[in-house]
Design a protein. Sequence first.
Length: 606
Amino acid sequence: MYPGPLIEANEGDIIELTVINNLRASGTTIHFHGLHMRGTPWNDGPVQIAQAPIMPNTNYTYRFEAYPAGTFYWHSHMDALQQSRGLKGPIVIHRKEEPFAKMYTEEMVIMVSDEWRDPESCFKIDGAMPGNPVCSDAKYASFNGQWGDGTDTYPYPLLTVKPGKCYRLRWINSGSSAENFIITISGHNMTLIAVDGVPVKATQVKSFNIHNGERADVVVCMDQDPGYYLVTAEYDYGCRMLRGKGFPVPGFHPVEACRWYAFLRYAGTDADPPRPYRPWYPDFEVPRGTGGGSDPDPTTGAVFDTTVREGWSVTEPLHAAPLAPEPDLRYYVTLGLKGPTDVRPDNVPGTRGRWYSDLEDRRMSWTNPLTPVLHTKGKCGAEGVPITNVPENVTTIELVINNLSPTEHVMHLHGGYFRVINTAKFEWCAIDKPECFMMPQGLNPCPEEDRANGDLNHTWQWLPDYRPNVDKHPIRTPWIKAPLYWGCKYNEGKDKPHQNLQTPLYKDTLSVWQRSWSVVRLEATNPGMWLFHCHLQPHIPLGMMMVFNVKPSLQPPIPETVPTQGPCPVWSWADKYERMAEEYHRKARAVGKAYGTGFGKGPAKH
Ligand SMILES: [Cu+2]
């Protein structure tokens, strides 16, 4: 079953969920993306942070509070591979007092994801290299697990609705590699009511976007003539890399498609099903609706697009407390890539370059601790792990996130929301400026004082220069040297005046644009070890993760059922270890008695 089953609960319920691992040779863990895990940080899921893997042929029961309310999803947090292969499903937590209850009577969940034919071969830095079309940035995307071109073999994904009813459509981007989908529904205006699960002021939109890991809830009334209406998910960056149409980005393969389609189908319509279309190069056809959907009314409303600064003022939280002028503590977090990029298909994966998201003055790429860090509070077996110990007396944290790399990253925080108070205005490097990717530092319009390198040891990188022959000779390309890992960082003097402390949106996932920056505020009040990481799956095994250690003195004891591993003791299991030692000695004494071996007599006296 793909996507996996829906987990549905009411706000405040206790959810108990048993994972039975029938994988033959892989451990697994499950993360509940967007839930705060108040009081149960060990059930957050990420491997070697909250728990060790649930081993094959064993099971584990997650038990946690259904909080907060909203639209979420669960997915494997064992590695990038399992969730890209489909180990994921939706979560809906119903709010006690639903502010928009009068606007709809029906609900529907729609998970959108890009799909790889063979994810395993793509989770290497060389996966996206020219010559490896299996790992092109995007070829297929699915609606609720289904892709279709309208043929008998691959029918269109259908969202079947009752005419005359109003629906709350809960959209989830559960993607792997694609950063973003822009969603439109022909002939139907939409009212945006929640972002990442949090209610926002109801706002009419004609399109909205969901980055990898983001969710958006819209109300749509089925008030049009019956028929099939086209639903589009556009990967906007993908459209700039379309085979034969876009620009070839070094290190990326041209994509085979950038728009994927489903149909909103009015139940009982006598319109013919839509005809098949040709999705690929050189056709790139757009399928056509039928019945009322063959000639839909134009839609009206705002464009909700949080890739760009303007998107953040389209709506605001329904209930928003203004923020204090200054946080208790400000961290500068840098996103970047370290190491040479002169990768070839025979390089060992992950050895030629490592992503990082870490404090500016540390810049450590993720490495797994020997024992899950929550179990040790980071005090054992965690050398080289980018843990940030938040001082216990600190409540409000500001993260100034500088992306000193040529690609967008979609950052996700575990254990709570942040509020997005400021984002860059990056017209010179916007999505319609492909030259930004290869822009030599000397020519770029970023002011000298704001330029910063993502890799302090390598200002210049070797790149495959296959621009002239992108399709003909993808492997045999000359190499060029260019400065690639840099960004135009946040400048407090110039940029702070643009911050919004009155009505910033609540988010748990955020796109930080290439060579750009964002500023967020969060409350470090939920005791636990919380990941902050890039949600683009190829960047996870390459190390783009960090952990905040929040209020260690208030972290609750780890239950003895939680899987652990490695050489370090779990900090709260002293009783258990004493019982284990007692049991060991009891058995040893019994053995000694039976065989007279001298076992169990206690330590030898010298
Ligand atoms: Cu990333």
